[in-house]
Design a protein around this ligand. Structure first.
Ligand code: ASP
Length: 354
């Protein structure tokens, strides 16, 4: 945790954020932005945390929070930057496809103030699954829509169906397919991307607390590259990919989803904080449970995981932390500036290839 922020620094940074961001148009806003109470009446230090690819997300969400936006509206608009970026091949548009060459997207979110949740899985043709998850949360009596139904639902709210494969992600998939079996009829393409050995993963999680102490969480992903069509990981599973309880905290995860699902890691991390653990300790404790529950095939001879998993957490007071199995980093805006910090970790060296 960084040193406590001086009130002057905080206000200076907040003012910069306010000046820097134009008034935001928030699609399907949970509520319109409203003036913040004076800092003397703030219940929490406003903070936005995200995975290492979320530097722009934390900046955007923090600026919106300082403009009085709702906590969920802020994090959704933050992660949408990544979803819409064709260069991020782990999320939304440009995400790496499944084994059939089809991009299937997953997302879930929770809104502390209303105690609601929304999620979509295996969503095809829509660039911003986080936004669709928010619509499920806001406009339905359900929590989780998948596949065709999720797409139809999105189209009914005016979303456009689009081809989510970029030339780069298509080429990466063709390259993977050509290397599956040396005896099949597919020839390899020029080796422009090194994506073959280990299926790449990637995701963005973002969690926020406002000055009023209101929390929210969102996680969005294209999931494991080359997955079996229909596979969903942890990201769209409320309680695994993310979880938020307005009385305790919010947490989310990136990395090997199957390992997180086994421990309901988002929920478990928030429960650790509810019982008084600091966010970093809560994340580390969840990771220890993950390792304990790992099948033998997923561990090296010396008992280290053969995969990476990360947790990010904030509590109701605006304290934050993150931890990984192996060294990694996370994005944070704590009122000074958007920056990357190292995660705490359980193991120093990557798993040996034994
Ligand atoms: N957790 C995501 C999944 O398993 C992937 C990732 O974060 O890299 O779908």
């Amino acid at each position: 945790m960084p040193d406590a922020l001086s009130r002057r620094d905080f206000l200076a940074s907040a003012a910069v954020g306010l000046a820097a961001s134009a008034a935001v148009d928030i699609p399907h806003a949970m509520r319109p932005p409203r003036p913040l109470p004076p800092p003397s009446r703030w219940a929490a230090r406003p903070v936005v945390i995200s995975s290492g690819n979320g530097l722009r997300a934390v900046q955007k969400a923090f600026d919106m929070i300082m403009q009085g936006a709702d906590t969920l509206d802020a994090v959704i608009e933050g992660v949408k930057i990544q979803e819409l970026d064709p260069k991020d091949n782990s999320v939304g548009y440009g995400g790496l496809p499944n084994a059939d060459g089809v991009v299937q997207l997953d997302a879930s979110c929770m809104h502390g103030p209303t105690r609601r949740a929304g999620a979509v899985g295996c969503l095809e043709g829509i660039k911003t699954p986080s936004e669709v998850a928010k619509l499920v949360l806001k406009y339905t009596n359900h929590i989780f829509l998948v596949g065709e139904g999720a797409k139809k639902f999105a189209l009914s709210y005016g979303f456009k169906e689009e081809d989510l494969l970029t030339p780069e992600s298509r080429e990466a998939w063709l390259h993977w397919r050509a290397n599956l079996n040396p005896n099949d009829n597919y020839l390899d393409l020029p080796d422009t991307m090194s994506v073959v050995v280990q299926a790449p993963t990637g995701t963005i999680n973002c969690d926020a607390v406002t000055p009023q102490g209101d929390l929210s969480s969102v996680t969005t992903t294209s999931g494991l590259a080359w997955k079996i069509p229909g596979r969903v990981g942890d990201s769209p599973i409320v309680g695994a990919g993310e979880y938020c309880d307005n009385d305790a905290g919010a947490a989310g995860s990136t990395g090997r989803g199957e390992s997180n699902i086994m421990v309901c890691g988002g929920f478990l991390t928030v429960e650790h904080m509810r019982r008084g653990m600091k966010p970093t300790d809560a994340c580390l404790e969840t990771l220890r449970r993950v390792v304990t529950l790992s099948e033998k095939r997923l561990l090296t001879a010396d008992g280290k995981p053969r995969y990476q998993l990360n947790f990010y957490a904030i509590n109701k007071r605006g304290e934050y932390g993150a931890a990984s199995l192996y060294p990694s980093h996370f994005a944070i805006h704590d009122g000074t500036q958007a920056k990357l910090q190292d995660t705490a970790h359980l193991y120093d060296t990557p798993a040996a290839n034994d």
